[in-house]
Design a binder for this molecule. Structure first.
Ligand SMILES: *Cc1c(COP(=O)(O)O)cnc(C)c1O
Length: 423
């Protein structure tokens, strides 16, 4: 088709890149069909939750001031609890980001003298200062909460012996990060998380199991809360916000855990009762409604990126044929120049700020310069097409998002060409 080639060529995509990508996409047809099916089921799950919670037009407008009796906010929390099949939920614009949601889940549920255990290796970079792995003002460590960690074995499996040894009478909460974050390990499946939780509950059933669910929502038929997790935590500017949520985080889980987190978010005595939703409710509802389909696009984009770069000889995690449990694609490019080229390619495909050139910078919370490509409608949103990479060994870039498949495809073609040009 003439128009098809013409517009790609005009936007700088060569015939060679176009032909290659068409070939890669035809190889992926079966995988893409499976993603469409997953999207359908998760879409119905969200609609059912909204109907069961009796979402009405009145829920879409918010409150001001204290926010007492904010039915839109309270109903949205019911919807989240229904989607994740938990007793309760805390979903608020006052939760500023995913790290904040994780921090209040931890700080609300841990007390001085308790120990936090990560049985899946080092947690996400920004949590290091929350926990006190790196000194942080106001960290859990300053409050006398200790931390212990058991790394995954070299083949990526759980070190069950190590975990059994690490659990002691002070172990109060176990944090399990589903997604790989800035690491090249594998992302955990909901089934694997379920096995780990069963093992931990087998040692002591009162240990709280929390899952950092960032980037994992709607990538499988089930969520970790259906596999035994007491809390699942994430960011609304990732998958569940569907690209529309302008801010926010969520915690879903048992009533007890959610109440503990709520009094840390607001104050003891006030808990969930205060917190005006202002004017964001409509986008939080509509974003959640779109989330299964946006996540499905992001999955297709990740798989397409894996296929293109794998074919070009780069190490990719996961590879193009593996099952997916999050929307992150790691591509090990091996040099700072290529990480920068990749990010610039993604940026040059953006609808917003497509003309700017990203540079590495010292981002708060990270221990190396990070380059980020994002031309997003919502600042920093990583469910929108984005890429980022710390400028350090092994020079891997982490690619994610894409509100639509067509946009993701274009961005990946651009990134591919720019990386090729450095070779
Ligand atoms: C993004 C992310 C976080 C932190 O979320 P922010 O919204 O960036 O604070 C935590 N854990 C994982 C695995 C993430 O991907």
């Amino acid at each position: 088709m003439m128009e098809y080639k013409e517009i790609y060529n005009k936007l700088g995509i060569t015939d060679e890149t176009l032909d290659k990508s068409e070939k890669m996409i035809s190889d992926l047809k079966d995988r893409f069909d499976k993603i469409d099916r997953l999207c359908e089921v998760n879409q119905l799950k969200v609609i059912q939750a909204m109907q069961d919670s009796r979402v009405s037009e009145a829920c879409l407008s918010g409150t001001t001031g204290y926010g007492y009796n904010d039915i839109g906010r309270d109903t949205l929390e019911d919807v989240y609890a229904a989607v994740f099949k938990t007793e309760a939920a805390l979903v608020r614009p006052q939760i500023t980001c995913g790290t904040h949601a994780l921090a209040i889940a931890l700080m609300g549920n841990l007390r001085p003298g308790d120990e936090l255990l990560s049985p899946v290796g080092k947690p996400y970079d920004t949590l290091e200062e929350v926990i006190g792995i790196r000194p942080g003002r106001g960290s859990l460590s300053e409050y006398g909460i200790t931390y212990s960690q058991v790394d995954l074995k070299s083949d990526g499996s759980f070190d069950y012996d190590g975990i059994r040894k690490a659990v002691n009478e002070r172990t109060k909460l176990v944090t399990i990060q589903r997604s790989k974050g800035y690491q090249t390990r594998k992302t955990l499946s909901v089934d694997e998380i379920g096995e780990l939780i069963a093992f931990i509950k087998g040692i002591r059933s009162d240990i709280i199991c929390m899952v950092d669910n960032c980037y994992g929502e709607f990538t499988e038929y089930k969520e970790p809360s259906e596999a035994g997790a007491d809390m699942c935590v994430g960011s609304l500017i990732k998958n569940p916000g569907g690209g529309l949520a302008p801010i926010g985080g969520y915690i879903v889980g048992t009533k007890e855990c959610i109440e503990n987190a709520a009094v840390r978010l607001t104050t003891p005595g006030l808990g969930k009762e205060v917190g005006a939703s202002l004017d964001v409710l409509r986008s939080l509802y509509q974003g959640l409604f779109l989330a299964p389909s946006v996540t499905a696009s992001a999955l297709k984009n990740a798989i397409f990126a894996a296929k293109m770069f794998e074919d070009a000889g780069y190490a990719v995690v996961p590879d193009a044929s593996e099952q997916r449990h999050d929307i992150i694609q790691a591509v090990t490019l091996g040099s700072p120049e290529k990480v920068i080229a990749f990010c610039r390619g993604i940026q040059s495909a953006a609808p917003v700020d497509g003309h700017v050139t990203p540079e590495p910078w010292d981002m708060p919370g990270y221990d190396a310069p990070v380059i980020m490509a994002a031309g997003a409608f919502i600042s920093g949103s990583s469910i929108e097409l984005s890429a980022d990479g710390p400028i350090k060994e092994p020079y891997a870039v982490y690619f994610q998002g894409g509100l639509t498949w067509a946009h993701g495809k274009f961005g990946i073609m651009k990134a591919y060409q720019m990386v090729k040009d450095t070779e």
